[in-house]
Write a protein that binds this ligand. Structure first.
Ligand SMILES: *Cc1c(COP(=O)(O)O)cnc(C)c1O
Length: 388
């Protein structure tokens, strides 16, 4: 009997504690955790520096209202702005809140310059921007919106990878285009750099804001702080969440000066967003994951891992259809049923998670060790062999 609402399809396993890349189950088994709370525990479980940070801060101050100055937030915002395109940051608590706030910022900007009709957001069909009412209609997925009508208006959709469909759906009323540079839930589909460049050009030409949802792909997951960095484009607004809190609920919207100008006092708020406890952890995560050395390590280890995965694909071409992703945001697309594969990996003590298009997602902590990657490769290889 459970008193929890049955809105999740939970595996019959629970954990006593975690350390680094590993989780220890209630029945005393050790699992290599390559889910990490869906790219949330960017530094693995119980990272000593994060434990110390949260302990120290918990003795000083947990929460004060945004009616007052919060120096820890000033500090984190400054760090984020110094490392990225952003001029300003607005803290939230989760990914969906960050994507919704991003849409609010875009609309409010056009409102503030007197273009009140420019308020529609153009998104990719079957993308993922979270589970709030606006976010599910932004995602344009039948499955996610079913039974939750009436429909929230103000969204248009285009087909992934379809330039004609994109152009066709832009109107005078389009305020912003919002995309995931790497579609996470959608099956680890990477938008190529040249596409991002063209998209930026198109947005400039049509005076449309560009929102890049880096909730899953950001915070050094791909070996760059943001997954779009290599394209060298500058978005206008970027919602982040998952990895920035290292396991503590934290989200934020990053933006340039132009769009921030619309967000005058009273336009948006959050009771919890950016409280001292969250900000202390965010600062600690940021200090580690944004260092050059750390990023270089993510790049080289993930390159090795992706190469070895493609070798496994070569050995089992009738099982693995494709290896997708960048850095440690990895998808293995299968021919065989993903459920069986995930179950088999789990029996061999490797935890992974599904995504659309029969993809299993592999999300190691960013500070994963090479020998842990080798252990995972061995297990994946073994399961391929068994299913062959
Ligand atoms: C997970 C995710 C969200 C939603 O984040 P929540 O914290 O679950 O609300 C939004 N956008 C993307 C790209 C995500 O991966």
């Amino acid at each position: 009997m459970t008193y929890l609402v049955k809105n999740y399809n939970r595996k019959k396993i629970s954990f006593k504690y975690g350390k680094g890349s590993y989780l220890y189950s209630k029945d005393n088994k050790k699992y290599l955790d390559f889910v990490q709370g869906i790219a949330v525990n960017s530094l693995g479980h119980a990272h000593p520096k994060l434990v110390k940070t949260i302990n120290n801060q918990s003795k000083k101050l947990w929460h004060v209202s945004n009616a007052f100055q919060i120096p820890e937030g000033e500090k984190l915002a400054k760090k984020i702005c110094q490392k990225t395109f952003a001029d300003f940051v607005m803290f939230q608590n989760s990914g969906a809140e960050a994507t919704e706030a991003a849409m609010k910022v875009a609309r409010r900007y056009f409102f503030s310059i007197g273009k009140t009709n420019k308020n529609r957001i153009l998104c990719v069909k079957n993308s993922f921007h979270g589970r709030t009412l606006a976010a599910i209609y932004a995602s344009g997925s039948k499955k996610m919106t079913e039974g939750f009508g009436p429909k929230i208006g103000g969204f248009d959709h285009f087909e992934f990878g379809d330039h004609k469909s994109l152009i066709k759906n832009i109107t005078k009323k389009t305020a912003a285009i919002m995309i995931e540079p790497i579609m996470g839930e959608g099956g680890i589909k990477v938008i190529p750099d040249w596409c991002l460049k063209e998209l930026r050009k198109l947005c400039n030409k049509k005076k449309i804001l560009l929102i890049l949802d880096e909730v899953q792909s950001g915070i050094s997951r791909t070996g760059n702080f943001f997954s779009f960095e290599k394209s060298k484009i500058k978005p206008d607004i970027v919602p982040i969440a998952k990895g920035i809190g290292g396991g503590f609920p934290l989200g934020a919207v990053l933006m340039n000066k132009k769009v921030a100008s619309g967000m005058v006092p009273g336009t948006h708020g959050s009771t919890f967003g950016g409280n001292p406890l969250a900000m202390a952890v965010g600062n600690a995560v940021m200090d580690i994951v944004s260092s050059k050395k750390f990023l270089e390590n993510v790049k080289s280890l993930s390159k090795y891992f992706l190469f070895e995965l493609s070798n496994i694909k070569e050995s089992y071409p009738q099982i693995i259809k494709s290896i997708r992703g960048k850095g440690f945001l990895i998808g293995i697309q299968l021919y065989k049923d993903q459920t069986i594969f995930i179950k088999k990996l789990m029996e061999n003590k490797l935890l992974t998670i599904r995504a659309s298009e029969n993809v299993i997602r592999i999300l190691p902590p960013l500070n994963v060790k090479k020998k842990e990657l080798d252990q995972a490769l061995k297990i994946i290889n073994k399961v391929c062999k068994e299913l062959n």
